[in-house]
Design a protein. Sequence first.
Length: 61
Amino acid sequence: MNKIELKGNWDEQKGKLKQKFAALTDNDFIFTEGKKDEMFGRIEIKLGKTKDELYKIISSL
């Protein structure tokens, strides 16, 4: 999976991710337009997950 589509309300998905992984903060979700991959990279590193694992987690929300 090369791309992820963020479905629904992103604020709701962020909240669910923060509930599931207490280590995530609002700062981890900060990104500017066109830098979504950079944000996901920070989250991958913080959680110790691969890109595919992270995409599966988000898709299951």
